[in-house]
Design a binder for this molecule. Structure first.
Ligand code: GLA
Length: 424
């Protein structure tokens, strides 16, 4: 287990008080106190430079494009809302290490080098993330992974001023005797040893019971295979090369009861947001963002920030929904109805407590029927039926009134009502 000695903040205060001089047991280097927010290159499919190195064959990993994304993030006001990390996924690196065995940037795409890009990003108040793999190849297959080089790579990347490392699960990992926990733990320790605060994003696709140990070594960890740009993509496959839609992720998260695992500096990562990408229409994208926010999941946008459509703005820039994601309660919303592991129920109620005593609620029509009534009774939230509760619609940004007993909404297929409830 890797422990970071915290120096400020709230996350481990109780442990510090109890243990006096003993370091607090949590992965706190100041980054990831609330769910990380930002942008990732891998599924940003609308950038221009043709290449084979990206989910859709366009490679956004060039210096000019990343700088333009940084500028756009700020110009869109997204930095003020908490979007902070610019994360370059697979393919930023050269296909070979340099003569001294260090990772090096692909010089055709990053002629000024990564330290220079980090400076550019930092000058705008943002943070830079880079990708590597726990095995000896990245998932694209033709670039070096970090296996056998954890300390060197941690030092190289931290030396460039990188603030976030995503570590994928591809490539050979020695003779197979090491567990994921050991391998990722070693990289975590190597990052710690650099002395630079780096957010560690662990991407082992949910394998080897990562829920039970992911938060011990990383501030965020992937809980399953890739989210592909579909709302509904039924599959039982797992691992790289496969993927699933938003609906499958929602079902999966319901069954693991996310509030059992979510904690400060230990955020469950359901993968990038697929806002208005592939078959994700406006309703699907809004539903996705609602659930990611309810779960305190990292909000990593995979879209071209240089030209945000009105649809994307409406979803990505809603400060009231983001406030749920970043709420100080640092917990997740669970599915209240139907209970976990019950399948085939379209009318769903999800809820979580908020730090000020309010509750965030999602009423969800998981099925294909249009105009489905979905209700919440105050008793389902632990409140008395006679309680007067103010209901605010977070997508409409509108108070709907004060209700006793409960509230119901009529929802189209795959749509949600996302509500903030305040007991009077
Ligand atoms: C895996 C990961 C993805 C992405 C690609 C890059 O599939 O799960 O998130 O990083 O590799 O090759």
């Amino acid at each position: 287990m890797v422990f970071r000695l915290r120096t400020a903040g709230r996350g481990c205060a109780a442990a510090l008080a109890l243990l006096a001089v003993v370091p607090a047991f949590c992965y706190d280097n100041g980054l990831g106190r609330t769910p990380p927010m930002g942008w990732n290159s891998w599924c940003t499919g609308t950038l221009l430079e043709p290449s084979v190195c990206n989910l859709v064959g366009n490679d956004p990993c060039s210096e000019g494009e990343v700088k333009a994304i940084a500028d756009s993030l700020v110009a869109n006001g997204m930095d003020k809302l908490g979007y902070e990390f610019l994360e370059l996924d697979d393919c930023w690196s050269d296909t070979a290490r340099d003569a001294s065995g260090q990772l090096q940037a692909d010089a055709r795409k990053f002629p000024s080098g990564m330290a220079s890009l980090a400076d550019y990003v930092h000058a705008r108040g943002l943070k830079l993330g880079l990708y590597t793999s726990v095995g000896d190849k990245t998932c694209k297959g033709d670039r070096p992974g970090s296996y056998g080089h954890y300390a060197t790579d941690a030092s190289t990347l931290a030396g460039w001023g990188v603030d976030m490392i995503k570590m994928d699960h591809c490539g050979a990992k020695g003779n197979g005797t090491f567990t994921d926990r050991q391998l990722y733990g070693e990289m975590s320790a190597a990052l710690n040893a650099t002395g630079r605060p780096v957010l560690f994003s662990l991407c082992s696709w949910g394998e080897q019971s990562v829920l039970e140990w992911g938060a011990d070594v990383a501030q965020m960890y992937r809980i399953q295979m890739d989210h592909l740009p579909f709302f509904n993509l039924p599959t039982t496959a797992s691992g790289v090369g496969y993927g699933q839609g938003t609906l499958q992720i929602i079902n999966y998260v319901a069954d693991i009861v996310p509030s059992r695992w979510t904690r400060t500096f230990g955020w469950l990562d359901p993968d990038f947001l697929m806002t208005r990408y592939g078959t994700m229409d406006f309703v699907a994208s809004r539903t996705e963002y609602s659930f990611w926010s309810l779960w305190s999941a990292p909000l990593l946008v995979a879209t071209d920030l240089r030209k945000l459509s009105a649809d994307k703005r409406a979803i990505l820039l809603n400060e009231e929904v983001i406030a749920i994601n970043q709420d100080g309660s640092a917990t997740s919303g669970d599915r209240i109805r139907p209970p976990p592991n019950v399948t085939g129920v379209d009318s769903q109620l999800w809820a979580r407590p908020l730090a000020n005593g309010d509750k965030a609620v999602i009423l969800f029509n998981a099925g294909k029927r249009k105009g489905l009534g979905v209700a919440v009774a105050w008793a389902e939230l632990g409140w008395a039926p006679a309680d007067s509760v103010r209901v605010r619609d977070l997508w409409a940004k509108k108070d709907l009134g004060v209700f006793t007993a409960g509230f119901n909404a009529t929802l189209d297929s795959h749509d949600v009502a996302m509500l903030r409830l305040t007991r009077q």
